[in-house]
Design a protein around this ligand. Structure first.
Ligand code: SF4
Ligand code: SF4
Length: 135
């Protein structure tokens, strides 16, 4: 599974992280992969398939322990569950740019705080600004 595959596989909360991403990540390999994936989502073929498991970004992450297993499993599952509940995200194919438009139209500051406040990137990233404020 890599950014060159036809359908990019993403877990639900990465529909948010890929919007807030601005070049920072866990290590060089993660950032290199993230750059490729985000560039394709923003500028290229944006067909994606949602999985409630580890995805194309996890595949190059130092926190991935195994299939559907992350170093911070409870936390990331919680992010995924919130995104699924708030936006009705299912395990199926979507066009990224269409689904993030829908999400961003519905997202409020309270919802974003609820989903993301346990994330260490939240205070220092552009996620909230890009998803909630830039409307
Ligand atoms: S704050 Fe964290 S969980 Fe929320 S969108 Fe940004 S990187 Fe993802
Ligand atoms: S921290 Fe966990 S959920 Fe996030 S990209 Fe890494 S392995 Fe995936």
């Amino acid at each position: 599974m890599g950014p060159e595959d036809k359908v990019l596989v993403l877990r639900p909360h990465h529909l948010l992280c890929t919007q807030g991403y601005s070049g920072k990540g866990y290590n060089e390999e993660f950032v290199d992969n993230m750059n490729k994936v985000v560039d394709r989502l923003r500028n290229g073929d944006d067909l994606i398939r949602i999985t409630y498991s580890t995805d194309v970004l996890c595949s190059k992450c130092p926190n991935k322990l195994g299939e559907d297993c992350c170093e911070t499993q409870d936390k990331v599952k919680w992010f995924d569950d919130r995104v699924v509940e708030y936006f009705g995200i299912e395990e199926k194919e979507y066009h990224y740019r269409e689904i993030i438009k829908e999400i961003d139209e519905k997202m409020t500051g309270e919802m974003m705080d609820d989903i993301c406040s346990r994330c260490s990137w939240y205070p220092i990233s552009s996620c909230r600004k890009r998803i909630v404020q830039e409307k």
